[in-house]
Design a protein around this ligand. Structure first.
Ligand code: DC
Length: 215
């Protein structure tokens, strides 16, 4: 079984996806964490590298996924990804990297390989459109940008990461623009996705809405 949950930054995909994966006892794939992991390892200047250098470096990086539900752990070269990937700055770098075809090809292959091996709840931007077009259930979450920035701010605060709300709104707009307008795999709902506007819903209400559709 494959379930996809796509949507813009800060919409609450991660918390909701983990809860749904946990209830369904399937592995949780955080595809954004893969882009963030690459951004942290490759660094900011990597999108100026010659293609041969980028390709060679990407060839030496392998993702794997262990556990199910809440216990799902994404590993990069056998090491769990660190919490360092969670800053908004790494999010912006990841969004830049997401425009590069070599990076998307690499991650597409890794994500589809994982989907062949286990039942998955896959979360990201293009899970229902490009990576798992045959998914059993597809969801697309939306929310007002200011509300998304506020949610992200609360999430970072809970992780003791300092963040400025106005700066988060700015970075989130930048990421939205990049993610929605890139030429490869832009952020759009899959045609058959169930679209949920979560602006005035609690996380529990969103989880229940998703679970009721699946059941
Ligand atoms: O979901 P996230 O905020 O952790 O994702 C970080 C960035 O990674 C996002 O702004 C764009 C990129 N990304 C992507 O291009 N495709 C995905 N499936 C997931 C993330």
């Amino acid at each position: 079984m494959i379930i996809t949950i796509d949507g813009p930054a800060g919409v609450g995909k991660t918390t909701i996806s983990v809860a749904v994966a946990d209830s369904l006892k399937v592995a949780y794939l955080d595809s954004g964490a893969m882009f963030r992991g690459l951004a942290l390892v490759l660094g900011l200047d990597s999108w100026n590298w010659p293609r041969s250098r980028l390709l060679e470096t990407l060839d030496g990086l392998q993702f794997s996924l262990t556990g199910i539900g809440r216990a799902s752990t994404l590993l990069l070269n056998d090491k769990p990804l660190s919490e360092e990937i969670r800053t908004e700055t790494i999010g912006v770098w990841a969004s830049h990297l997401g425009k590069i075809d070599l990076v998307r090809d690499k991650l597409k292959k890794a994500q589809q390989d994982l989907g062949r091996r286990k039942d998955l709840l896959a979360e990201g931007r293009d899970m229902g459109t490009v990576i798992f077009p045959e998914a059993d259930y597809k969801f697309f979450l939306e929310a007002d940008p200011k509300e998304r920035a506020r949610r992200r701010w609360l999430q970072l605060k809970a992780m003791s990461v300092q963040a400025d709300l106005a700066e988060l709104v700015r970075e989130m707009r930048l990421r939205d623009e990049q993610d929605r307008t890139r030429s490869i795999a832009p952020l759009v709902p899959a045609r058959e996705a169930i679209i949920l506007d979560t602006t005035s819903l609690t996380q529990q209400e969103v989880i229940e809405a998703i679970m009721s559709r699946i059941q």
